[in-house]
Design a protein around this ligand. Structure first.
Ligand SMILES: [Cu+2]
Length: 106
């Protein structure tokens, strides 16, 4: 089973396509926390934050990337961002600066 998966991967990697396919990762915003708080992704991947609070709004602010605070994410809403360059990207919630998280892009 594992061997056949490996073979499949080696085959498609040799075409230089499938392994470069961007992935989506989800981070939950709940109880004033980003979960997972730290997430490691690959270049080109997209991160989707979903606010699953009952009634509390938040946002996701990468101060090193954006001068302006981004729009508020209300319960039931999502916010998404793609990362094109490797690095470590800390972020916080504008209205609640104690809420922090980090995206590591490899
Ligand atoms: Cu918040």
């Amino acid at each position: 089973m594992i061997k056949s998966l490996l073979n499949t991967c080696l085959i498609c990697c040799s075409l230089l396509t499938c392994c470069a396919v961007a992935q989506e990762h989800t981070i939950d915003i709940k109880k004033f926390k980003f979960t997972p708080q730290q997430l490691t992704i690959k270049v080109g991947d997209t991160v989707i934050w979903q606010n699953i609070e009952k009634r509390q709004y938040h946002n996701v602010w990468f101060k090193q990337l954006f001068e302006q605070e981004p729009e508020i994410i209300f319960p039931g809403e999502n916010y998404q961002l793609s990362f094109d360059k490797p690095g470590t990207y800390p972020y916080s919630c504008g209205p609640h600066p104690k809420m922090t998280g980090t995206i590591v892009v490899k």
